[in-house]
Design a protein around this ligand. Structure first.
Ligand code: GLY
Length: 364
């Protein structure tokens, strides 16, 4: 059962169907509208009814051809159809390659928030081909460019939390990456996916360590939620919100006294080099951002949690850390709504210290 995004299917669908025919296996397919509104319980039901009507059973394998929306929806269908069938991911955006397609998080959105109904269901195989990224550049260059950079934001994140040398490739090969040279893309995607796979293998259901993949996401998700990303042109993409979140969460780490200001500068410069946003959009209100952050899934016992890096390539704790000073965070958000990406802060007491279960990290 192939579930495909309409834009992707227009570019690659016929080739896929004709090549698949050569295997001699039956392939049903359903093409769904592009965009976040497809990640919906009603759409899930439509696909399931189509599968039931065509008498699919436990022998069925679901294949997702598209970005994160199609991957998350198809994965969730596979997780529950006949109590679970295998599924294969064919991610076609950089963001889906380095993040959504790996790790088995599947979900649909609800009126109460994004990804609130879902399951952990690991894909059997994930196939990635950088050629997918070229296809979109020709068809809709403006959209493709923006989505590509949003994917880069997640790679910068992965380097910053786990592997300084991956971060350095992002810093040093800006031109080659922006030209989408396949050799460098293959390298950064492969390394990013390997890190995500390592973290997810150690903590598949996000008991602790996996939360570090959400660096930049506490503030990023709050901004994303408030921007109402229903129409891509009016809002910010997920990766763009994460870019803003990384800048702010770096500043938070500096305010806590655990991250040197030179490291904050490097992160900001790297994000700016890809022309990703670094500032909270002006019209957002501080109290709305704080309220959204208080509702973050990582929080426990009513306490706000945030991933903190203590140097590039290394997290302060192998999990999301408790933010003890909401006042400091509020002050940072306040400045960030109006001022520069590197914010004036007074260093505060850092508290206890723990290390990731792994050596490494840059000195700054
Ligand atoms: N996107 C973060 C995770 O998969 O855990």
């Amino acid at each position: 059962m192939l579930v495909a995004d309409e834009n992707v299917f227009a570019l690659f669908g016929e080739t896929f169907l004709s090549k698949f025919k050569a295997t001699g296996k039956t392939l049903f397919h359903m093409v769904l509208p592009s965009g976040e509104t497809t990640k919906d319980r009603k759409v899930k039901e439509q696909v399931e009814d189509f599968m039931l009507k065509n008498k699919m059973n436990r022998d069925t394998c679901c294949i997702a051809l598209g970005g994160g929306v199609i991957g998350d929806l198809t994965g969730y269908i596979a997780a529950t159809f006949m109590r679970g069938v295998p599924f294969v991911q064919l991610p076609t955006t950089l963001l889906a390659m380095v993040d959504a397609s790996v790790g088995g998080k599947t979900a649909v959105n609800t009126g109460y928030g994004k990804n609130l109904i879902g399951a952990f269901h690991q894909p059997t195989v994930v196939f990635m081909d950088m050629g997918f990224l070229d296809g979109f550049s020709k068809r809709d260059p403006v959209r493709a460019e923006r989505e590509f950079k949003a994917g880069i934001a997640e790679i910068i994140k992965t380097g910053a939390i786990w592997d300084c040398s991956l971060f350095e490739v992002c810093e040093q090969k800006v031109e080659a990456i922006q030209r989408r040279e396949h050799a460098v893309l293959n390298e950064i995607v492969r390394r990013s996916v390997a890190i995500k796979a390592e973290v997810v293998t150690l903590d598949p259901k996000e008991g602790g360590l996996r939360a570090i993949l959400n660096w930049g996401h506490t503030i990023g998700h709050a901004v994303e939620g408030l921007m109402g990303m229903t129409d891509y042109a009016d809002g910010l993409l997920h990766g763009e919100c994460v870019a803003i979140g990384m800048v702010l969460e770096c500043n938070l780490a500096r305010a806590m006294g655990v991250l040197h200001s030179s490291a904050v500068g490097r992160v900001v410069r790297c994000i700016e080099a890809y022309k990703l946003p670094t500032k909270i959009p002006h019209h957002l209100r501080i109290d709305d951002i704080m309220r959204k952050m208080m509702g973050d899934k990582k929080n426990t016992g009513g306490k706000l949690k945030c991933v903190i890096i203590d140097r590039i390539g290394h997290c302060w704790e192998p999990k999301a850390s408790m933010v003890s000073s909401l006042r400091a965070l509020c002050r940072l958000v306040h400045f960030a709504c109006r001022h520069a990406p590197i914010l004036p802060v007074r260093a505060a007491h850092a508290g206890g210290r723990a290390c990731c279960p792994r050596a490494g990290g840059c000195p700054t």
